[in-house]
Design a protein around this ligand. Structure first.
Ligand SMILES: [Zn+2]
Length: 141
Protein backbone atom coordinates (compact mmCIF):
# COMPACT_ATOMS: atom_id res chain seq x y z
CA UNK A 1 0.00 0.00 0.00
CA UNK A 2 2.25 2.75 -1.29
CA UNK A 3 -0.41 5.42 -0.97
CA UNK A 4 -0.51 4.88 2.75
CA UNK A 5 3.21 5.51 3.05
CA UNK A 6 2.89 8.64 0.92
CA UNK A 7 -0.02 9.73 3.04
CA UNK A 8 1.99 9.29 6.23
CA UNK A 9 4.93 11.17 4.75
CA UNK A 10 2.61 13.98 3.72
CA UNK A 11 1.04 13.95 7.14
CA UNK A 12 4.42 14.21 8.82
CA UNK A 13 5.28 17.09 6.51
CA UNK A 14 2.11 18.87 7.53
CA UNK A 15 2.78 18.18 11.20
CA UNK A 16 6.37 19.37 10.93
CA UNK A 17 5.31 22.50 9.10
CA UNK A 18 2.59 23.19 11.62
CA UNK A 19 4.96 22.76 14.52
CA UNK A 20 7.69 24.85 12.97
CA UNK A 21 5.23 27.59 12.15
CA UNK A 22 3.88 27.65 15.67
CA UNK A 23 7.33 27.55 17.23
CA UNK A 24 8.91 30.09 14.90
CA UNK A 25 8.93 33.51 16.43
CA UNK A 26 9.69 35.15 13.11
CA UNK A 27 6.70 33.48 11.53
CA UNK A 28 3.91 35.90 12.22
CA UNK A 29 2.02 35.22 9.06
CA UNK A 30 2.21 32.44 6.56
CA UNK A 31 1.70 31.86 2.88
CA UNK A 32 0.91 28.30 1.98
CA UNK A 33 1.64 27.51 -1.61
CA UNK A 34 3.09 24.90 -3.82
CA UNK A 35 1.54 22.20 -5.89
CA UNK A 36 -0.41 19.15 -5.07
CA UNK A 37 2.29 17.12 -3.36
CA UNK A 38 4.95 19.65 -2.52
CA UNK A 39 3.56 22.08 -0.03
CA UNK A 40 5.70 25.10 0.52
CA UNK A 41 5.26 27.29 3.52
CA UNK A 42 6.55 30.82 3.47
CA UNK A 43 6.86 32.68 6.69
CA UNK A 44 6.57 36.40 6.99
CA UNK A 45 7.75 38.49 9.84
CA UNK A 46 4.96 40.95 9.30
CA UNK A 47 1.61 39.70 10.62
CA UNK A 48 -0.24 41.07 7.60
CA UNK A 49 2.04 39.93 4.82
CA UNK A 50 0.94 36.33 4.63
CA UNK A 51 -2.32 34.73 3.72
CA UNK A 52 -2.76 32.97 7.06
CA UNK A 53 -1.96 33.98 10.58
CA UNK A 54 0.64 32.01 12.46
CA UNK A 55 -1.86 30.24 14.68
CA UNK A 56 -4.23 29.43 11.83
CA UNK A 57 -1.51 28.05 9.57
CA UNK A 58 0.19 26.07 12.33
CA UNK A 59 -3.05 24.58 13.63
CA UNK A 60 -4.19 23.86 10.11
CA UNK A 61 -0.99 21.98 9.38
CA UNK A 62 -1.26 19.90 12.53
CA UNK A 63 -4.95 19.15 12.00
CA UNK A 64 -4.40 18.17 8.38
CA UNK A 65 -1.40 16.06 9.38
CA UNK A 66 -3.35 14.25 12.06
CA UNK A 67 -6.25 13.78 9.67
CA UNK A 68 -3.98 12.26 7.04
CA UNK A 69 -2.41 9.92 9.60
CA UNK A 70 -5.85 8.82 10.69
CA UNK A 71 -6.79 8.28 7.08
CA UNK A 72 -3.65 6.27 6.45
CA UNK A 73 -4.12 4.21 9.58
CA UNK A 74 -7.87 3.77 9.15
CA UNK A 75 -7.68 0.43 7.36
CA UNK A 76 -5.36 -0.80 10.09
CA UNK A 77 -7.80 0.38 12.72
CA UNK A 78 -10.60 -1.35 10.88
CA UNK A 79 -8.55 -4.52 10.58
CA UNK A 80 -7.71 -4.45 14.26
CA UNK A 81 -11.37 -4.08 15.11
CA UNK A 82 -12.32 -6.83 12.70
CA UNK A 83 -9.64 -9.15 14.06
CA UNK A 84 -10.72 -8.52 17.61
CA UNK A 85 -14.28 -9.26 16.68
CA UNK A 86 -13.48 -12.35 14.70
CA UNK A 87 -11.19 -13.61 17.46
CA UNK A 88 -13.99 -13.12 19.93
CA UNK A 89 -16.49 -14.80 17.67
CA UNK A 90 -13.99 -17.52 16.84
CA UNK A 91 -13.23 -18.35 20.43
CA UNK A 92 -16.91 -18.40 21.28
CA UNK A 93 -17.57 -20.49 18.25
CA UNK A 94 -14.83 -23.00 18.97
CA UNK A 95 -15.71 -23.23 22.65
CA UNK A 96 -19.23 -24.12 21.69
CA UNK A 97 -18.33 -26.49 18.92
CA UNK A 98 -15.15 -28.13 20.19
CA UNK A 99 -16.95 -30.69 22.33
CA UNK A 100 -18.74 -31.78 19.19
CA UNK A 101 -15.90 -31.54 16.70
CA UNK A 102 -13.26 -33.15 18.90
CA UNK A 103 -15.36 -36.18 19.64
CA UNK A 104 -15.01 -38.97 17.11
CA UNK A 105 -18.15 -39.81 15.22
CA UNK A 106 -20.26 -42.28 17.13
CA UNK A 107 -19.10 -45.75 16.38
CA UNK A 108 -21.61 -48.43 15.61
CA UNK A 109 -21.96 -50.74 18.56
CA UNK A 110 -19.33 -53.45 18.40
CA UNK A 111 -20.59 -56.76 17.13
CA UNK A 112 -21.46 -59.10 19.99
CA UNK A 113 -18.59 -61.39 20.78
CA UNK A 114 -19.05 -64.99 19.77
CA UNK A 115 -21.02 -66.73 22.41
CA UNK A 116 -18.83 -68.82 24.55
CA UNK A 117 -20.49 -70.43 27.45
CA UNK A 118 -18.62 -72.16 30.11
CA UNK A 119 -20.23 -74.64 32.32
CA UNK A 120 -20.62 -73.16 35.71
CA UNK A 121 -19.92 -76.47 37.38
CA UNK A 122 -17.08 -78.08 35.48
CA UNK A 123 -15.91 -75.14 33.42
CA UNK A 124 -16.06 -77.12 30.26
CA UNK A 125 -16.45 -74.94 27.26
CA UNK A 126 -19.90 -75.23 25.78
CA UNK A 127 -21.10 -74.56 22.27
CA UNK A 128 -23.72 -71.87 21.89
CA UNK A 129 -26.46 -74.25 20.96
CA UNK A 130 -25.90 -76.58 23.85
CA UNK A 131 -28.57 -76.35 26.50
CA UNK A 132 -26.97 -78.71 28.93
CA UNK A 133 -23.36 -79.36 29.69
CA UNK A 134 -22.41 -82.58 27.99
CA UNK A 135 -19.93 -83.31 30.72
CA UNK A 136 -21.87 -82.86 33.93
CA UNK A 137 -25.39 -82.18 32.74
CA UNK A 138 -25.73 -78.71 34.27
CA UNK A 139 -28.17 -76.51 32.47
CA UNK A 140 -26.47 -73.66 30.64
CA UNK A 141 -27.59 -70.12 31.23
ZN1 LIG B 1 -20.42 -79.36 33.17
Amino acid sequence: MIWRILLVIGALTFLANGCSILSDEDCNSVDIGGQRRAISVTCHRSPNAGEFSQGTAGTLGIVIGLGMITLAAWPLIQNARYNRQSNYVGSTYSSYTSPRTEQPPPNPPPPPPPKTNVCSSCERRLEGHEKFCGHCGTKTT
